[in-house]
Design a protein around this ligand. Structure first.
Ligand code: C5P
Length: 229
């Protein structure tokens, strides 16, 4: 059967990854969470003291990346039916989702050399099609020729509430006001950065899921998938 490339972009915490993972599982495609890659670089920078009083030590981070010291990979987890993120061979799925990483990831993702390295890896992962990739620039930069492009959004309050429930559900620390501030800050930085800012590709289909259940979103996406084949 014909395989296509599916790009799912949109704002922070709008349920993109849940939609993308469910679709990938349903249709037997590979799922790539590109946000997890930027989060992993951020975790690496934190662990290696590359956030200084003066900001990010960009030169050092660039050297680490150029030397090949920041290796990000995904391995399928049969228990959850989803891929887990590994940083230099260590499972970091939990550590990359903390508020500390969330609050530092957008400036890291705005660095051109970080984006160049991640985009090259993402294009490699999706070169054979049959992939669902979620992020901010998949339909605009990584796979501008993707056959199906979705741009997802929801109100900041709805997104913050969902993220709060998700973190609490995992037994992690969560404060609603902090999360809302973080969601709004990331939207701002992601949309205003110079390189690959978050924007809807002209040929992407817009989905505002503020009022939709997960089941409704799933059905909507499956319909889009069938039409794109
Ligand atoms: O998708 P998630 O919220 O986990 O992404 C974390 C951060 O990584 C985003 O806020 C954004 O700054 C960055 N990102 C990006 N480009 C992507 C995916 C994520 O800049 N393709």
């Amino acid at each position: 059967m014909k395989k296509i490339t599916i790009a799912i972009d949109g704002h922070s915490s709008c349920g993109k990854s849940t939609m993308a993972k469910d679709l990938a599982r349903e249709v037997g495609y590979v799922y790539v969470d590109t946000g997890a890659m930027y989060r992993s670089v951020t975790l690496y920078a934190l662990r290696n003291g590359l956030f200084t009083d003066k900001g990010i030590d960009e030169e050092a981070l660039r050297e680490h990346i150029d030397r090949g010291d920041v290796n990000i990979s995904f391995r399928f987890n049969a228990e959850t039916g989803r891929p887990d993120t590994y940083l230099n061979g260590e499972l970091v799925e939990h550590d990359i989702r903390t508020m500390e990483v969330s609050s530092r990831v957008s400036p890291i993702a705005a660095l051109p050399f970080v984006r160049t390295a991640m985009v090259a890896q993402q294009q490699q992962m999706g070169k054979d099609k049959g992939v669902v990739m979620d992020g901010r620039d998949i339909g605009t930069v990584v796979f501008p020729d993707a056959e199906l492009k979705i741009f997802v959004t929801a109100s900041a309050e709805v997104r913050a509430r969902r993220r709060y429930d998700e973190l609490k559900g995992k037994g992690m620390e969560a404060d609603y006001a902090d999360i809302l501030r973080n969601v709004e800050e990331r939207d701002y930085i992601d949309s205003h950065r110079e390189v690959s800012p978050l924007r809807q590709a002209s040929d992407a289909i817009l989905l505002d899921n503020s009022q939709m259940t997960i089941a409704e979103q799933k059905e909507w996406l499956m319909n889009q998938f069938r039409q794109a084949l």
